[in-house]
Design a binder for this molecule. Sequence first.
Ligand code: IYR
Length: 223
Amino acid sequence: MKEHQTVPYSLPEIDDSSSIERAEALRDRLKQRRTCRYFSDRPVPREVIEAAIEAAGTAPNGANHQPWHFAVVSSLDKKRAIREAAEEEERSFYSGKASEEWLEALAPLGTDEDKPFLETAPWLIVVFAQRKGGIEEDGKTQNYYVNESVGIACGMLISTLHEAGLATLTHTPSPMGFLRELCQRPDYEKPLMIVVVGHPAPDATVPTHALRKKPLTQIASWL
Ligand code: IYR
């Protein structure tokens, strides 16, 4: 290693059987997560959102530049503006822009251009990826592995919200440049996704298709 400043690092001691138990317990809780498209308007405390974003902000990332910004939207006016702009993009997606193959892949999910959840859910977290800026967010310094970094942060955000007993939906209207303007973010930031957060509606359902998970034997190989 090249000379650099360090501090000691250790984790609390854990035996193998507790390690297995804890990994399996978290796996089982994460297995309960579903992408939910039907939200109730029941409020969610801001503290939950703050903690989840702080959790996301601990994600491993390129050169520790932490190339993310979370624009948190709760006002009805702003949510409505986002819904209207997203639905406009989605209308052209579903009525011509998307390929037949893509629409066929989406058919088992039942999605369409109507996005009422953007208005009903109490919180929308609009996630931005900072192409430039460094830790100081100077808008100039190059950032690295931006999509990877922000993708991992989103995973941690969603996992924390799930652990808090909340439903989430990762929504990616395409294109989503309109979010930069609506959230007043600079040019060097790219909107990556909207994480919709709230309680599921009492009559919420999820598509059966979503229950089909690839088994370990398919998703892992051991060398
Ligand atoms: N953005 C569209 C389409 C969509 C695309 C994929 I890939 C999905 O997994 C779900 C939806 C929409 O939100 O309807």
